[in-house]
Design a protein around this ligand. Structure first.
Ligand code: PEP
Ligand code: MN
Length: 277
């Protein structure tokens, strides 16, 4: 099945190598800890992010997400605030003592995004942008690598290898769903990827139930399932006013729904012998 896997070196789980734990400020991603990453799809304004982060910090979120460079299908849709958005993200995260993750879409922005963010996100559409993978591989920042929506597990792991080959071993994988014939959900969440990656690689893997389902009702059940099958964490889109969100409002949950989700996953986290950080 995995034809080229034997050529990969750095991502491989070998007998001697223990599971990687990626450090982000005081947080640890991997091992026996569960990380919750939450925030809006896009940073829209300081007021918007402050409102959301305030609620999320009350729910114990320590890693704030939000896009400043948005990969939109439609060129007329909101493209993100760029550097202004990065500044807002840093300011608000500092206010609530959170770490941050945000997407970098272009090699020319890697340095700038690295100045403001704690984790650089490579989005699904750029999973095989090899120039970008090499560029983030040259930084010392942890990288959140999202699975390409049309990529196999082997291609996903090969992209992680590209980053590691440049010297950056701080890679966190993220399963965010793949394109199939099923159009009832935005994508098809391939949960089998999680235990598969766990047998093949020492890298941590989290699940994004928001982009993989595109349905608010499915986010809590798939979050529970993700933890149950071994995911190291979740990344979830949260907005205080989903109807008026500038991006992905239809799949964004309210802060109070997110709080309920954190309660509902607690028994699952306990059952897999992990702790929520
Ligand atoms: C995102 O997380 O903001 C995003 C655009 O996700 P994906 O690249 O998985 O579509
Ligand atoms: Mn989104």
């Amino acid at each position: 099945m995995l034809k080229e896997y034997k050529k990969l070196k750095l991502i491989k789980k070998t007998g001697k190598k223990s599971l990687s734990i990626i450090k982000v400020k005081k947080l640890e991603i991997g091992g026996d800890k569960i990380i919750l990453i939450a925030g809006p799809c896009a940073i829209e304004s300081e007021k918007q992010l402050d409102k959301i982060a305030k609620e999320l910090s009350k729910s114990g979120v320590k890693l704030l997400r939000g896009g400043a460079y948005k990969p939109r299908t439609n060129p007329y849709d909101f493209q993100g605030l760029g550097e202004k958005g990065l500044k807002i993200l840093k300011k608000i995260a500092d206010k609530y003592g959170m770490a941050t993750v945000t997407e970098v879409m272009d090699t020319k922005d890697v340095e700038l995004v690295s100045k403001y963010a704690d984790i650089l996100q490579i989005g699904t559409r750029n999973m095989q942008n090899f120039a970008l993978l090499k560029a983030v591989g040259k930084t010392k920042k942890p990288i959140l690598l999202k699975r390409g929506m049309g990529s196999t597990i082997e291609e996903f792991l090969s992209s992680a290898e590209y980053i590691m080959k440049e010297g950056n071993s701080n890679v966190i994988l993220c399963e965010r769903g793949i394109r199939t014939f099923e159009d009832n959900t935005r994508n098809t969440l391939s949960l089998a990827t999680v235990p598969t990656v766990k047998t093949l690689s020492h890298l941590p893997i989290i699940v994004d139930p928001s982009h993989s389902t595109g349905e608010v009702e499915l986010i809590t059940p798939m979050s529970k399932a993700a933890i149950a099958c071994g995911a190291d964490g979740l990344m979830i889109e949260v907005h205080t006013n989903p109807k008026h969100a500038l991006s992905d409002g239809y799949q964004s949950i309210l802060p109070k729904e997110f709080k309920n989700l954190t309660e509902e996953i607690k028994p699952i986290i306990k059952a897999v012998n992990k702790t929520l950080q």
